[in-house]
Design a protein around this ligand. Structure first.
Ligand SMILES: C=C(O[C@@H]1C=C(C(=O)O)C=C[C@H]1O)C(=O)O
Length: 375
């Protein structure tokens, strides 16, 4: 297995926790040294900005369409190609600077009161039953307060252990391990791994299989998934020479939950739009917003009195040759010193049960909380 060069190690040591990192199972990128940050429009040609650095930029779409997309261009980007264990990058960050002292206390506080959030779920399910929209994704937050600084590299290291197949990121003030691929592009080929429909894990293989079968046979989850699958397919189809997609969703099994997943591979027409523009046409998908998009935004505005910021957005990289990879910005936390805010959302359709949706967000939060509060 190839290892990092000494120069790369030195660069990483040099940047301490100023690094910006995005890691997929087959490629890890670590941006180092003076990161220039720009606000860009998704249709903008960013290749000149990228060439001011070394040809790669880290990108974050906020949840809200129309808000500027953030592009951070590092002077140097370290790449680990397929075959490398992306955890090597994290390991090579070395032990994070020792906190003044170990954390002794942790407190967790749901920012949205669970009863109120459940009331909103019932309200939105009613709107779906009345035909105002087909699906909306409602989110909630948990605040973590501890008595020592939370170290992003440490959190990332724990997430990498628990979620080895995830898109890991530590960038733009967020740390997370997303299971969902909005879009990746290599030359004329794009891929998307759309997730919607969730069930918890069981205690053993047999229980997992039983729960997965329930998920596959659940009309409510199939409907949530179908809305997403159709939208992704219909958005990419006009640009496609060919599309490969299975008729039925697969099960994606994570450490905390199982999802329905549709994996699409598309060969683009030669005159296809650039990567960020294609990603923008998908974003935000019904996995994090709902459908129709405008009606879902309206419902979210009505019941959520906070700004999702980058949560529910898309995060990843783009290069000067118009290749790139963006995951859906979920299963993540905003870290600020000894304070973190963790996000989780859930797709609401006509027969959503508030208590079940609340339990689903709890299972999703389980992806992050142990990594933040591990002693
Ligand atoms: C919105 C989130 O997750 C999304 C919602 C899902 C669902 O409702 O079943 C499943 C996967 C994700 O696309 C989140 O984790 O915050």
């Amino acid at each position: 297995m190839p290892s990092l060069s000494d120069a790369a190690r030195a660069a990483i040591q040099f940047t301490g926790d100023q690094h910006i990192l995005f890691s997929s199972p087959d490629l890890s990128l670590l941006g180092v040294e003076q990161v220039a940050e720009y606000s860009v429009r998704p249709g903008q040609d960013v290749s000149d900005l990228l060439r001011d650095g070394d040809g790669v930029g880290f990108v974050a779409f906020p949840f809200r369409r129309g808000e500027p997309v953030r592009l951070a261009v590092p002077e140097r980007t370290l790449r680990l190609e397929p075959g490398c264990d992306h955890r090597m990058l994290l390991d090579s960050l070395g032990p994070p600077p020792k906190p003044d002292r170990a954390a002794r206390t942790y407190s967790l506080r749901p920012v949205e009161q669970p009863e109120e959030w459940c009331g909103n779920v019932a309200d939105v399910a009613g709107a779906v039953r009345r035909g105002e929209l087909r699906k909306a994704v409602l989110a909630r937050r948990v605040e973590v307060v501890t008595d020592a600084v939370i170290q992003p590299p440490q959190v990332l290291g724990r997430l990498a252990q628990t979620f080895p197949g995830a898109y890991l990121f530590s960038a733009f003030g967020l740390v997370g391990a997303s299971p969902e691929l909005l879009l990746s592009k290599q030359g004329r080929y794009v891929e998307s791994k759309a997730l919607a429909g969730t069930v918890r894990r069981g205690g053993d293989e047999a229980a997992d299989r039983e729960l997965a079968r329930w998920l596959v046979e659940s009309p409510k989850n199939q409907q949530e998934h179908r809305i997403l699958r159709d939208m992704v397919l219909e958005t990419l189809a006009p640009h496609a020479l060919s599309v490969q997609v299975a008729k039925e969703p697969q099960i994606l099994k994570l450490a905390n939950v199982q999802h329905l997943m549709t994996h699409l591979t598309v060969e683009l027409k030669p005159d296809h739009p650039p990567f960020l523009e294609l990603a923008d046409s998908l974003h935000p998908t019904p996995a994090v917003c709902g459908w129709p998009r405008d009606a879902a935004y309206e419902v979210i505005d009505r019941v959520e009195d906070w700004d999702r910021g980058l949560y529910g957005g898309a995060l990843g990289w783009v290069d000067a040759e118009d290749n790139g990879c963006l995951c859906v910005t979920i299963r993540c936390a905003e870290i600020d010193g000894a304070h973190a805010t963790v996000f989780a959302g859930s797709g609401i359709v006509a027969d959503s049960d508030p208590a079940e949706e609340l339990a689903e967000t709890r299972a999703k939060l389980d992806a992050l909380l142990p990594a933040l509060i591990a002693p």
